[in-house]
Design a protein around this ligand. Structure first.
Ligand code: AHG
Ligand code: MN
Ligand code: MN
Length: 334
């Protein structure tokens, strides 16, 4: 019989003792919210959900209607269950503390409600990324500082990709599992367990239009790849860039590859484009749990001690041997 997400989580709780009941509830609620977002995404123009919302988020990016809808769906689903103390989102300036009228739980939830915003209106895969932390025991009144924990402290992480299929990908520290949404049953069904990323790859993902802005180690690494069979790598590489991190990471978890969004000279004070706490950290943990590697070119992403909720970071993740090579090229430069 097919294993539902609920059953998988009950087994993680009961037999494997990986997760307590409150965390199971939290993950069920996040999955339910993703189902709601998936329905909104599927309706597209018929649901009036496409286009811009005429507002900007804290990072100065124009918000799309779906960015805001997805954010609201996640908050409304998660605020009343008693499992959370507070939430943080790409689309909110500061943290959202669970209102007084509801019980406060022990967990903190962070999310990028809609990743790949530039792909919403063109019917290309987009997704939701989430990360779960435990509220520090010392904390009485929850504050933004409680969220500033390194990625290795995550207790659960995942994403839901809204593509030709809606797939939820999850880790609670026991490998990576994938669940496909069965629309007739209305439930997520386990379709892949113990996901493993091949250590070698011939496929890279980077926005090549930024090449002239890159740092030397990045240019050197890509130049080697582009030289193909006759170059130092002795093999031809292929390129893919969806411009939705969820979709690019999903491909890498499925068949390997390397994904990079490095720092560049366009905005030298920004460490990168992607956000550490709700993009890089959850994705890096999933990648490591599947046998891959994730660094900012110099150090392991999961070791970075955050200082700000919306802080950005350079990202290189995917097949182990390629990420190791990319990282070594930065070290020989230093
Ligand atoms: P978001 O839509 O949440 O702001 O994130 C978009 C991110 C990421 O998903 C993707 O890899 C990258 O931005 C694409 O950037 P470019 O448009 O520079 O290619
Ligand atoms: Mn994003
Ligand atoms: Mn987003």
């Amino acid at each position: 019989m097919a294993t539902s997400l609920s059953r998988y989580l009950v087994e993680q709780q009961r037999a494997k003792h990986h997760i307590p009941p409150e965390l199971r509830l939290l993950l069920e609620v996040v999955a339910r919210a993703c189902k709601g977002i998936s329905h909104a995404v599927n309706k597209g123009a018929l649901g009036g959900v496409l286009g811009s919302a005429q507002s900007e988020n804290v990072q100065g990016e124009v918000q799309k209607k779906l960015d805001i809808i997805a954010n609201e769906v996640l908050i409304e689903a998660n605020e009343w269950g008693g499992h959370l103390a507070a939430m943080a989102s790409e689309e909110m300036d500061s943290i959202y503390v669970v209102p007084n009228r509801y019980p406060q739980g022990e967990y903190l939830l962070l999310f990028d409600p809609l990743d790949g915003s530039s792909n919403i209106d063109v019917n290309v895969s987009i997704g939701t990324i989430f990360s779960v932390l435990k509220k520090p025991e010392s904390a009485e009144k929850v504050s933004e500082a409680d969220f500033l924990q390194a990625g290795q402290a995550q207790v659960a992480a995942g994403y839901c990709v809204y593509g030709p299929q809606t797939t939820l990908v999850l880790t609670v520290g026991d490998g990576v599992a994938m669940f496909t949404l069965d629309r007739e049953q209305g439930s997520f069904v386990l379709t892949e367990e113990n996901v493993r990323i091949p250590e070698d790859t011939r496929e890279f993902a980077i926005n090549m239009s930024n090449m002239r802005h890159w740092d030397k180690p990045v240019t050197d690494y890509i130049t080697e790849c582009l030289a193909g069979k006759d170059g130092p790598r002795g093999k031809d590489f292929n390129m893919r860039w969806v411009a939705s991190m969820v979709a690019d990471v999903h491909r890498i978890l499925t068949r390997g590859g390397i994904f990079m969004y490095p720092w560049d000279k366009r905005d030298p004070d920004k460490p990168g484009k992607l956000r550490l706490m709700y993009e890089a950290n959850p994705m890096s943990w999933l990648i490591e749990q599947a046998g891959g590697m994730a660094t900012n070119g110099r150090e392991r992403i999961l070791d970075i001690q955050p200082t700000q909720l919306h802080q950005r970071v350079s990202v290189c993740l995917g097949s182990k041997n390629e990420v190791a090579r990319f990282t070594a090229m930065h070290q020989s430069e230093a």
